[in-house]
Design a binder for this molecule. Structure first.
Ligand code: ADP
Ligand code: MG
Length: 350
């Protein structure tokens, strides 16, 4: 049985749907990430699960129980808010005790649990401090401790790393995943950061404009994106607009005739991953597609180099190559060939 189940959940503000018809089920111990651009409805979804926002339609089931109409403190969900939402005038210990007091635990139990979870997040001895006397990373851990103190059935994390600087963010990713595994916690994390999502998730849910676009693991989303949005949001793609003339034959709006593997005749978009495209000074033999082009822009990114190649007045594509010693390093203005197997192109009907 799924630990957390969301059925046809929706939230409407006037005529505007912040979330429309979201259904998900999260298994015991799973780390699920909701990934999507700002404003796509991630926070609204999470807050409906936690009970801070009342759904316009749909159902939330936690541990088999329908909790849709229960207030936050009557459902066993621990939430870490994006800005942490620590009470500034309460000490660390009082902040962590908050959910336990709402649930009316006995004082000695509260004290024991507060100590336990502060030790768990490596903040033993910080109980008497005020939040402002802590660093950003420590405040984040207090928020996590407060969510864990209630021994939640599900842990909900809303962009928990967004206020940390880049280096700390990398460390905290690992810390959160290790803690989650150690405790076997069923977790839903929300983020707009694809790298964060890909490195942390067991399974991902890509959202856009209030709806779920695709659910799957990293490989599913990258190799078989459900639509153009996912192909552009998870990993990178170059998009060529055009028409499928016949099965396996695509003509771009700029007049390029290309081989592809799938797609029904009609207007379509061909998406190419920059690292699946080859580039050379001479024609590329043995590939289904080989096109001449001109290098327009080169961006040096350390381990990799991105090369933007003009193929026609309307078609430009990005090729990513590894930065290897003695490797091919084209320069702006240079004539090159790019090529790829038909199977590298993802076709989306328009
Ligand atoms: N209380 C509200 N009233 C009206 N619109 C809202 C309200 N809360 C959120 N929205 C809108 O709903 C959409 C989804 O918001 P949110 O869930 O916060 O997105 P995300 O967390 O993915 O950035 C946004 O367009 C936002 O402006
Ligand atoms: Mg948000």
């Amino acid at each position: 049985m799924a630990r957390l189940e969301i059925r046809n959940l929706a939230k409407r503000y006037g005529d505007f749907y912040a979330v429309r018809d979201v259904s998900l089920s999260i298994e015991d111990g799973e780390f699920l990430v909701l990934l999507g651009p700002s404003g796509c409805g991630k926070t609204t979804t999470l807050r409906m699960v936690a009970g801070f926002i009342e759904p316009s339609a749909g159902e939330v089931r936690l541990g088999g129980q329908d909790v849709t109409l229960l207030p936050p403190w009557r459902r066993n969900a621990g939430m870490v808010f994006q800005s942490y939402a620590l009470f500034p005038h309460l000490t660390v210990a009082q902040n962590v005790a908050f959910g336990l007091e709402m649930r009316k635990l006995a004082r000695p139990d509260i004290e024991r649990r507060v100590e336990e979870v502060l030790a768990l997040v490596r903040l033993a001895g910080y109980g008497d401090r005020l939040p402002r006397q802590l660093s950003g990373g420590q405040q984040q851990r207090v928020a996590l401790a407060r969510a864990l103190a209630i021994r939640p059935d599900v842990l909900l994390l809303d962009e928990p790393l967004s206020n940390l600087d880049a280096k700390l963010r990398q460390e905290v990713r690992v810390e959160i995943r290790e803690l989650q595994k150690k405790l076997g916690l069923t977790t839903v994390m929300v983020t707009h950061d694809q790298e964060e999502a890909l490195t942390m998730a067991d399974r991902l849910v890509v959202m856009n404009e209030g709806s779920v676009r695709q659910v799957g693991n990293q490989r599913d989303l990258y190799e078989r994106p459900a639509d153009r949005f996912v192909a552009g949001f998870v990993g990178r793609s170059t998009f060529l607009d055009g028409t499928i003339e016949a099965p396996g034959r695509f003509t771009s709006d700029g007049g390029l005739r290309l081989a592809c593997t799938d797609g029904a005749p009609g207007k379509a978009t061909l998406a190419l991953r920059p690292e699946r495209v080859e580039i050379a000074a001479q024609p590329l033999s043995g590939l289904d597609n080989d096109l001449p082009g001109t290098v327009e822009f080169v961006s040096y990114l350390g381990a990799q180099i991105d090369i933007h190649v003009r193929l026609s007045p309307m078609d430009r594509l990005v090729v990513q190559i590894a930065n290897r010693e003695g490797g091919f390093a084209p320069e702006v203005g240079q004539q090159v060939h790019v090529g790829w197997p038909a199977s590298a192109g993802l076709v989306f009907a328009q």
